[in-house]
Design a protein. Structure first.
Length: 97
């Protein structure tokens, strides 16, 4: 999280702007990660797992590829964005006390 603004008469506005910026950055990372996955791991917006030399991949290979190529990446980014939002909520609730 970014350092909160110093005391002054625009504290509330500055804190609101800080929070808007933090949330926007976190959500942009989610969107960029989705775009990267679509660009690198899909064909015409459909998931395109890497095939094997032995024919179609097994369900086990598909599960591992799904986790590696898509799910794990998204989960990390989403958890980070949720943490940012949680911290913003916490700071805002603390400020209202």
């Amino acid at each position: 999280m970014t350092t909160p603004p110093t005391s002054g008469r625009n504290d509330a506005w500055e804190m609101d702007q800080l929070h808007r910026d933090e949330i926007t950055v976190a959500m942009n990372w989610v969107i960029r990660t989705c775009q990267e996955i679509v660009r690198n791991r899909s064909h015409k917006t459909f998931w395109a797992p890497v095939s094997t030399n032995d024919g179609p991949p097994s369900p086990e290979q598909l599960m591992q590829t799904a986790r590696t190529d898509v799910l794990d990446k998204l989960q990390r980014i989403i958890e980070g964005a949720q943490f940012v939002i949680h911290q913003v909520e916490y700071e805002r609730a603390k400020r209202k006390q």
